[in-house]
Design a protein around this ligand. Sequence first.
Ligand SMILES: [Fe+2]
Ligand SMILES: [Fe+2]
Length: 264
Amino acid sequence: MARYGLIADIHGNREALAAALAALDERGAERIVCLGDIVGYNADPDECVALVRKRCSVSIAGNHELIGLGRLDFTRCSNKAEYALRRTRRTLGKEAAEFLKKLPDSHVLEPGVVLVHGGVRDVQQYMANPAHIAENAKFLAADFPGARVCFFGHSHEQKVYEVIRDVKRDVDAVDVQEVAIDGQVSLRKENTYFINPGSVDASRKKRHKLAECALFDSAFNTVQFLRVRYDAAATEAKAAAFGYRIDPLTDRLYTLRRRIGARF
Ligand SMILES: [Fe+2]
Ligand SMILES: [Fe+2]
């Protein structure tokens, strides 16, 4: 049991990663774990991989790692993501690539606590509503018997979903409720939880430019969500200067190419 710092969806944003790590250190995180998407979108993939390697006791692979390494194609990417990932493929250093290649798809942090990036069985699935969670709760029970907490990333929003098994209706039926994130969330032992600590990278967020992360205390069954300031203007300037931002013409070309199914 430990006080874990949870980070996800860093996306090559060195400034946001440094801010999130500092906030977790300040609040006494004993072990930092990363839920994937270390690279993509921003200009510092190698630096972020090096920092995750140095600071995280565990990391799993996100879809951006798999696409950046050429293990998945661009079919399920947005134009913005594809453009930045093509740039990431060209720039990613050998040492960083070697580290990313070894990352597992999932990890059991401690008995009953599972880490995934997207869906339990599909790294590119967005678990973004109660129906997705109900489907994945079944996968979790089948693939990780006894799991009571599943941390996930990919959807880039701080979320807590509580899965309550409805024994009266059907043994397989579950009721999923979103839990309000208000300071600290206490987890009940009898239910299962799907929890997203949020996205470290906020470069594509319109609401705020704050690095998100969370603290999970497995001894007390509590989760605390954090949002911290970072130098978002510096991240954006670097991303633009180093060719990670798609221009309107290329954006239209990518869309056209997807429509006609061409490879160019
Ligand atoms: Fe992501
Ligand atoms: Fe992702």
